[in-house]
Design a protein around this ligand. Sequence first.
Ligand SMILES: NC(=O)c1ccc[n+]([C@@H]2O[C@H](COP(=O)([O-])OP(=O)(O)OC[C@H]3O[C@@H](n4cnc5c(N)ncnc54)[C@H](O)[C@@H]3O)[C@@H](O)[C@H]2O)c1
Length: 324
Amino acid sequence: MGKLDGKVAVVTGAAAGMGRATAIYLARQGAKVVAWDLGVDVEGKPLEKNPVDETVETIKEEGNEAIAFNGDVADMGDAENAIGTAIDTYGQLDILCTIAGFLRERMVFNMTEEEWDQVLRVHAKGTFAPTKFAAVHWRQRREYGRLISFTSGAWLGSPGQINYGSAKAAVVGFVRSTSAELVRYGVTTNAIAPSAATRMNDRSLAQQEAIRDGSPPPSTLAGGTHRDPFNLPPLITYLASPEGGNITGKVFMGEGWHYAIYSDPVKETNLWTDKPWDIDQLFERFRDTLGRGLTELEGRTAADVAAAGRDRVQAEIANAQKGS
Ligand SMILES: NC(=O)c1ccc[n+]([C@@H]2O[C@H](COP(=O)([O-])OP(=O)(O)OC[C@H]3O[C@@H](n4cnc5c(N)ncnc54)[C@H](O)[C@@H]3O)[C@@H](O)[C@H]2O)c1
């Protein structure tokens, strides 16, 4: 008996990495799967052939059920058709996993409008669009619905990835908001910040250096290790199953064989007055109240940090001039 017998799942990003692993694993657990992908590279550029068909072949070879859907997660028409495909083919939709995405890294001062828009589009709108049409169905059915949406540790802040970090924070806001909207229809919505060796990971600076030195991409060696993308789907399966029905609006982490749940943010220090703020009074009180214990810059100001950087650069220039 599978944990998801009789359930129908739509999985986005199902051609590669964790989306592929999730589609295959949910099918092993008895779900009928719509494997949805556009077939793009790690920066969102089209591949010659969409590998999502191979995911479906693998699922069928294992004796399980799936069909492919070729489309863009952030296109409203494609999203309506994908959810419609699940309902028309299998009679219902129970589980939606929004996993698709890509990266375009850049520091904020170099980032183009296009890089910002495309990354926000695929992760934030690519979560909204499928969920909207799933929610129409779930609201009519008033019985069962599970959204599991992929965020990233980058939602806590990630230099060089401001578009991605912002988009993944949007996913957290999305599941927390939809959880309050949809719980009355029997629907739970949660997010997972994963980590596994995939082509997305092969692209990090450390991995690229190793690959340049002749090492195979880590994603090709991950099978069976704690970096295997198949380590995530058991957690997804729990959240997607009837047992997971009391968990909503939460953010989980799944890194290898380690799962965790993030605490909900709380206000930890408060500062108030019983009348409109006097600006001098705020300046007087801030440091010992809201400002207490803020150690991020270890007592320095941002200007101190900039000055240290300037001194370092000037010393390097002086050294180079001495040497020339
Ligand atoms: N790999 C990690 O360690 C890691 C860490 C944190 C978060 N994540 C997140 O997990 C998810 C999966 O990452 P992965 O590493 O498996 O990536 P991956 O690059 O291996 O797979 C992503 C898949 O999404 C598909 N896709 C991209 N844009 C699409 C679109 N517009 N419409 C439909 N499909 C589209 C791609 O074709 C690809 O098959 C992503 O949301 C990613 O941001 C990954």
